[in-house]
Design a protein around this ligand. Sequence first.
Ligand code: 5GP
Ligand code: ZN
Length: 136
Amino acid sequence: MNPDCIFCKIVKGEIPCAKVYENQKYVAFLDITPVNPGHTLVIPKEHYEDLLNTPDSVLDGMLNDSKKIAKAVLKAVGAEGFNLTVNVGPVSGQVVPHLHIHIMPRFPNDGHHLFKGGAYKEGEIQKVAEKIRQNL
Ligand code: 5GP
Ligand code: ZN
């Protein structure tokens, strides 16, 4: 637990939330500034800053539970699909430094757009792929 962390305070019940799910490892609650109604955050009860700093044992089961919660979100708000997002680091838009998975229900013509794809220069895609393979 991190005493300064807003999500730790939610886990401890010090800050209220619209909780939709809880088990031994995770809590899920509605985001207060939703992309669409039903936008849900799934967090581990333990404090870890982001995905890369979270032990595999804590992550184990988190995607399965998010899938279960996402199905319920879709039914509850009548959405046809959703985006599952994990922001890592301020540059990505991560504002709260306690790992969370966003489940964002989507509706046709809801005005939200996916990232705009770019292009690789000649030969660049192979170089980038090789660098990634070397770092695994
Ligand atoms: P991030 O940008 O870090 O991936 O997402 C953090 C999310 O947490 C934001 O979408 C924001 O609306 C949500 N959030 C921040 N503070 C609170 C809070 O006190 N309660 C709830 N329910 N959501 C919060
Ligand atoms: Zn925390």
